[in-house]
Design a protein around this ligand. Structure first.
Ligand code: PMP
Length: 396
C-alpha cells in the first residue's frame, strides 16, 4: 500500500512542474553519445553532450577498457580502503597529478561524489565557505553536507567576494574559510576570475577550491583553468571529472600530498563506496595519455566552438558571454525555451533546454556543446536548422 500523503505530494508537484514547463523529459539514445546521435530511430546533430573531445567513443579508450576487463574483470570488488584499490587506480592517480601539475591526486566514482567527499572532509561547523552563486549543484550539496556557514557571493563579483571575505575573517567566528568556484561555468561558458580570487585568498588566508569539470581538457591546452592562468601552486583543491573531456566517468581532487593523504582517510565516498571499475580507470588513463601527447583534439574543439558561435551570433541569437566552446542560446521564458528545443529536435538538432532550477528563473536557454568530433558539415546543418526554427518562432 502506498502512502496517501506521498501520492498527494507527488501528484501536486509533478503537475505544477509540468504546468510551468519545468518538467524534464528524458530521451534515451539508441546510439553512442557521439557528434551524431539516434533517438527513436531518428538521427540528430548532437549539441548536448559533455564529450568535449569525442573521447567517449574513441577506439583507443575502448581498447584500453577491453584489456582491463580481460585482466581485472568488470568490478573493483570493494571500496578503495578495503581491497578495491587495483594498481590501475594508483596509476590513474599518478597520471592525474602529473596532468594537473600537483604532488598527488585521488579519484572518486563521479565528479558529484568528489565534491560531496572533498568539501566535507575538510570543512565543518566551525568554518565558513564563500561560494559563487552560480556554482554547480554538487558544490552546493557538498557545502551543505559540511555544515560550514555558506556565504554566497554574486557571480564572479570580486568586490562582493572581497567584502564578504573581509567580514568573515574580521568576525573571528570561523576557524577556516574557503572560497569555492567552478573553473568554467557550464551554463554560460564564462571563466572564473582565478587570479583575482587567488589575490583575495592571499589577503584573507582563504583555502582555495576550484571545480574544473568544464575547464579540464578545454583550457590551458587541456590541463585546465588553473594551468590556463599559471596558478598551479596557488590553488589548494583542483577538482576534475573523468566524465566530460576525458570521456569516461569519475571525479578527482589534485593537490598537495598531505591533502590527498587526508582525503584518503577522511572522505566518506572513498571509504564507503565501491571503487571505480577497471574499464573506467583504464580508459581514463588512456585519455590522459592522449591529452598529454598532443593538443590536436583541444585545438579542434576550440575551432568548432568558434565556428558555431559565429554562426549563431551572425543569425542574431543571444549567445551570452561565453569564453569557451560552450554556446548558450538564451531565450528567457521557460516554456518558449522548451518549445524551441523541441522544434530544433524535430528538425534534426539535439540541443537541450536548460531551465530553472538549473539556471535562474527567466534565463532559460538552449545550450550547445560543440565537440572536437563534429565536422563542419554537421555544424552547418545545425546552424541552418537554428535559422529555420528561430525565424519560424520569431526568436530572430
Ligand atoms: N561539477 C561541475 C561543475 C559539473 O558541471 C558537473 C557535471 N554536471 C559535476 C561537478 C559532476 O560531475 P559528474 O557528472 O562527473 O558527476
Amino acid at each position: 500500500m502506498s502512502s496517501n500523503i506521498l501520492e498527494q505530494f507527488l501528484n501536486e508537484n509533478l503537475e505544477d512542474l509540468k504546468g510551468r514547463g519545468l518538467y524534464n523529459v528524458i530521451d534515451p539514445l539508441d546510439s553512442p553519445n557521439g557528434p551524431m546521435i539516434t533517438i527513436n530511430g531518428k538521427e540528430l546533430v548532437n549539441l548536448s553532450s559533455n564529450n568535449y573531445l569525442g573521447l567517449a567513443t574513441d577506439n583507443r579508450l575502448k581498447e584500453a577498457a577491453k584489456e582491463a576487463i580481460e585482466k581485472y574483470g568488470v568490478g573493483a570488488g570493494a571500496v578503495r580502503t578495503i581491497n578495491g584499490t587495483l594498481k590501475l587506480h594508483v596509476e590513474l592517480e599518478k597520471k592525474l597529478a602529473e596532468f594537473k601539475h600537483t604532488e598527488a591526486a585521488i579519484a572518486y566514482q563521479s565528479g558529484f561524489n568528489c565534491n560531496m567527499a572533498a568539501i566535507s572532509a575538510v570543512m565543518d561547523k566551525n568554518d565558513a565557505i564563500l561560494s559563487d552563486e552560480l556554482n554547480h549543484a554538487s558544490i552546493i550539496d557538498g557545502c551543505r553536507l559540511s555544515k560550514a556557514k555558506i556565504i554566497r557571493y554574486n557571480h564572479s563579483d570580486m568586490d562582493d567576494l572581497r567584502a564578504k571575505a573581509k567580514e568573515a575573517k574580521e568576525s573571528g567566528l570561523y576557524k577556516k574559510i574557503m572560497v569555492i568556484t567552478d573553473g568554467v561555468f557550464s551554463m554560460d561558458g564564462d571563466i572564473a576570475l582565478l587570479p583575482e580570487i587567488v589575490q583575495i585568498a592571499e589577503e584573507y588566508d582563504l583555502i582555495t577550491y576550484v571545480d574544473d569539470a568544464h575547464g579540464s581538457g578545454v583550457l590551458g591546452d587541456g590541463a585546465g583553468t588553473v594551468k590556463h592562468f599559471g596558478l598551479s601552486d596557488k590553488i589548494d583543491f583542483q577538482i576534475g571529472t573523468l566524465s566530460k573531456a576525458i570521456g569516461v566517468v569519475g571525479g578527482y581532487v589534485a593537490g598537495k600530498r598531505n591533502l590527498i593523504d587526508w582525503l584518503k582517510v577522511r572522505s566518506r565516498p572513498f571509504l564507503f563506496s565501491t571503487a571505480l571499475t577497471p574499464a573506467d580507470v583504464a580508459a581514463s588513463i588512456r585519455a590522459i595519455e592522449i591529452l598529454s601527447e598532443s593538443t590536436d583534439l583541444n585545438k579542434k574543439l576550440w575551432e568548432n566552438g568558434d565556428y558555431l558561435k559565429k554562426g549563431l551570433k551572425d543569425l542574431g541569437f543571444d549567445i551570452g558571454n561565453s569564453e569557451t566552446p560552450i554556446t548558450p542560446c538564451i531565450i528567457g521564458d521557460e516554456t518558449l525555451t522548451q518549445e524551441f528545443s523541441k522544434r530544433l529536435n524535430e528538425e534534426g538538432v539535439y540541443a537541450k533546454a536548460i531551465v530553472f532550477p538549473t539556471v535562474p528563473r527567466g534565463t532559460g536557454r538552449v545550450r550547445n556543446m560543440p565537440t572536437a568530433a563534429h565536422t563542419k558539415e554537421m555544424l552547418d546543418k545545425a546552424i541552418s536548422i537554428y535559422e529555420k526554427v528561430g525565424k519560424e518562432m520569431g526568436i530572430i
